[in-house]
Design a protein around this ligand. Structure first.
Ligand SMILES: *Cc1c(COP(=O)(O)O)cnc(C)c1O
Length: 467
């Protein structure tokens, strides 16, 4: 079997040993299947073709579980399952530059001595926000964990009952606080928490006040919570740090895109939060990271914490983050940061792209039909749950194929296209599809008819073999 012509590319690709192992397992599996139904008739050629195709399928499946590029046609801009923010070109160039060789990660080029990791990024953030200090860890969850552990371990941290958030499954604020070694002191109620509730809860045990942004839900109606200025005033008067878990980390105002209630990092710092934590790969549009900005004395303590060392990021993240922050500093974020550009794309612009796309895709033909309808995109990533971004959707239909079958085939195409099913129809949203992804997407759509034909062809070959 190892000499079979059709397996040679696989052997070159995956190695002889792993193909041999796959063959052994496939043959064993086939043996037990045959033993279970001894009455069927099988030709040797048919069995061999079956083994070959099973082995090839096995490797194809294995490959699809590896990290690979997909086209996000869901219209969900910060799709956590699809890797959140795509990076801008300057971030990619910066990664490329430092990844291939050595860099000054912890080396001061002016003195020739050891330097502090992240000093360059900190200087940029200080300049942009006027904050005293900044540091970076692996993600926002890590940022909150290390901040609470550093500032409140062994004591109490006060949190409003309306802000005990869960973000994307594994991040649950009460659990993170428990792991940090601090005790959670809940105050107020689900819908209303007043400044006096915080004030009354402060004791000799209190180490910090924590404010969390309700990123992925809203409490509406009869609600109340103190303004951040009031809370920071209280914290300062009682000599306590105020930690804010901001989550999304918008650097610029997004109101014009229809995203409201996303406080910016600058606003939080101005309102007097001692430490602000936010993600690098949500609205900021950079790589996965957790940024901590704020008072120098707290940030330096966080940096000295062994947990901070365990959760530190590598040179690629610094390179990408610095390039991302620079786009904001230079006022180019709206066009140069993909997440920002996607969020700002207007319904009309998308409709125009859809028109051109439908013209380009005419050649697909066959049993496949494409048309467009009005719809909405989503911000995603647990950000701005109420915001709806008007868009124009492409409806994909194919004679003889159900919506779920079309969705499956697009997902399994050579260039996987991740679509959305809306009212039992498959829809594609160009908001999250780059112009360079349009041609491969048309190819993937074309497999909806090509693969039916190819499948029939394969079936005919196999029946002839087994005759
Ligand atoms: C998203 C989010 C987190 C978790 O951030 P990661 O970077 O995914 O770890 C924590 N807190 C809030 C408020 C969030 O929105």
């Amino acid at each position: 079997m190892l000499r079979a012509e059709v397996l040679q590319p696989l052997i070159a690709d995956a190695g002889r040993a792993s193909v041999r192992e796959a063959l052994r397992e496939t043959i064993a599996q086939l043996r037990s299947e045959l033993a279970a139904s001894p009455d069927g008739e099988h030709s040797p050629e048919g069995l061999i073709a079956g083994i070959e195709s099973r082995v090839r399928e096995r490797f194809a499946r294995r490959k699809s579980t590896r990290t690979r590029r997909v086209i996000n046609a869901t219209g969900v801009v910060l799709h956590t399952n699809l890797g959140r923010a795509p990076l801008g070109r300057r971030s990619l160039a910066a990664i490329n530059e430092v990844a291939a060789g050595y860099c000054n990660l912890e080396f001061d080029l002016t003195t020739g001595n050891r330097g502090r990791r992240g000093a360059g990024l900190e200087a940029m953030l200080r300049e942009l926000f006027g904050c005293e200090a900044a540091t970076v860890v692996n993600n926002c969850a890590a940022a909150v964990l290390v901040a609470v552990n550093t500032l409140a371990e062994g004591g109490e941290v006060i949190v409003s009952r309306g802000e005990l958030i869960e973000i994307g499954g594994a991040f649950r604020l009460p659990d993170v606080i428990a792991k940090s070694g601090a005790r959670l002191r809940e105050v107020g109620t689900t819908n209303r928490t007043r400044l006096a509730d915080y004030d009354n809860a402060i004791t000799a045990e209190t180490r910090a006040i924590l404010r969390a942004h309700p990123s992925n839900y809203r409490i509406i109606g009869f609600t109340e919570r103190p303004a951040l200025e009031e809370l920071s005033g209280l914290a300062r008067s009682r000599n306590l740090p105020l930690i804010e878990d901001l989550g999304s980390g918008a650097l610029v105002d997004l109101r014009e895109t229809g995203i409201r209630d996303e406080p910016t990092v600058g606003e939080s710092l101005k309102a007097g939060a001692s430490v602000v934590a936010f993600s690098g790969d949500k609205l900021l549009g950079g790589p996965q990271a957790g940024l901590l900005l704020g008072d120098e004395r707290f940030i330096r303590r966080i940096e000295r914490n062994p947990l901070g060392r365990a959760l530190r990021v590598d040179k690629l993240i610094y390179a990408a983050l610095e390039a991302t922050i620079e786009e904001y500093a230079a006022g180019r974020a709206e066009t140069e940061i993909p997440v920002q550009a996607m969020l700002r794309a207007r319904g009309k612009e998308i409709a125009l792209r859809v028109k051109r796309f439908l013209r380009r895709a005419q050649s697909v033909g066959g049993n496949v039909s494409l048309r467009s309808i009005d719809g909405a995109s989503a911000v995603g990533g647990g950000s701005a749950p109420g915001a709806e971004l008007p868009t124009r959707l492409i409806v994909v239909e194919a004679d003889g194929l159900s919506a779920s079958e079309i969705e499956r085939r697009l997902r399994l195409a050579d260039t996987p296209v991740i679509a959305r099913i809306l009212d039992d129809r498959v829809v594609l949203d160009l908001r999250t599809v780059g112009p360079e992804d349009e041609a491969p997407m048309i190819d993937s759509i074309a497999t909806l008819n090509r693969s039916t034909a190819a499948r029939r062809e394969i079936k005919r070959e196999i029946t002839e073999h087994t005759k």
